[in-house]
Design a protein around this ligand. Structure first.
Ligand code: ATP
Length: 296
């Protein structure tokens, strides 16, 4: 089959299933059908979709999403990173992607120097400046998330990592509606106040039929740079207890890492190396667990 006649990647109409001009339904009258079909055609070319979420704010969702995407990309996987934390997007800042996206570009994603197999998309790229607040209600957020899928030229991907805002509101719900096969990676810190909110995230996943890949406990301990002794910053073992009680796997416990804060603040998170960063080092095992599960 010649390339030009290959319609396998063209979206098919959600009403009749025909591709391209073979469809008799009016998509001018119902553009949402076409948008949905376009999103589905894009999603069919992405193997695994993970939503990084938590009931609690500030537990390290973005850090986990970025480090996961970075580690997978370093291992040679084709990775997309999509920031749907519409009110507090941090992904571009952490990666030092400060320049506005070229408005004439058709592919609508950023690439990261040295990690050309990592594509990054964030609402921040479309705001007039980085200080502008997004003041949107649910339907607009839903539309934005759908367009992040349908309008971005993601191409073939092994993994799409989606960074969600805290809680169980519009954004994770829109992700599930747009990407029903998305699976959750839930981030918590060990203290009870965080675990209580995370139980709600687990309940959210169960009520919406979203599969849970597992739980990640972040900031579980500090490794003293002087003597190497482990210091428990918060109460210990919370992630493990919650994982056991909720019957979800504990994917890993990530240590507190001052290097991470420093480099993320400077927009140089890609300079983190597992040899110097206990946080990134712990991702070695975590990614092994995730890739093993996703290849089953
Ligand atoms: N393991 C860690 N060690 C040290 N600092 C960390 C760790 N994880 C996250 N941080 C720091 O904590 C802060 C919050 O992290 P991050 O933005 O990833 O959290 P979040 O859950 O995405 O936040 P939000 O709820 O606002 O979206 C950042 O300054 C980040 O550098």
């Amino acid at each position: 089959m010649s390339k030009s006649s290959d319609k396998s990647h063209e979206p098919s109409c959600s009403q009749c299933g025909s591709k391209g001009s073979g469809c008799e339904h009016s998509h001018d009258k119902h553009p949402e059908h076409f948008e949905k079909a376009l999103a589905r055609s894009t999603l069919n070319r992405i193997q695994h979709k993970f939503l990084v979420m938590s009931g609690k704010g500030g537990v390290g969702k973005s850090s986990v999403a970025v480090a996961l995407a970075m580690t997978l990309a370093r291992q040679g996987y084709r990775v997309g990173l999509m920031d749907v934390d519409l009110h507090g997007p941090n992904v571009l800042r952490m990666l030092g992607l400060n320049k506005p996206l070229d408005p004439t570009t058709t592919h609508l994603f950023f690439t990261v120097e040295g990690l050309e197999n990592l594509k990054v998309v964030s609402v921040e790229a479309f705001m007039p400046d980085r200080e502008s607040a997004v003041i949107w209600r649910g339907p607009l957020k839903h539309q934005a998330i759908q367009q992040f899928i349908s309008d971005v030229d993601w191409g073939e991907l092994d993994y799409l990592i989606i960074d969600a805002p805290p809680g169980t509101g519009d954004e994770p719900l829109s992700v599930i509606q747009t990407i029903p096969e998305a699976e959750a990676i839930i981030v918590t810190t060990p203290q009870e106040i965080s675990l209580a909110d995370v139980r709600k995230s687990i309940d959210f996943c169960r009520k919406t039929n979203m599969a849970i890949v597992g739980l990640v406990e972040n900031m579980s301990r500090l490794i003293c740079p002087g003597c190497g002794k482990e210091i428990r910053l918060f109460s210990s073992g919370g992630g493990q207890r919650l994982a056991a009680a909720a019957h979800v796997p504990l994917l890993g416990s990530l240590p507190f890492d001052p290097h991470l804060v420093e480099l993320a603040d400077m927009g140089r998170i890609t300079q983190l190396q597992p040899e110097e960063s206990p946080f990134l080092k712990a991702f070695g095992e975590l990614v092994k667990g995730i890739t093993a599960k996703s290849s089953q």
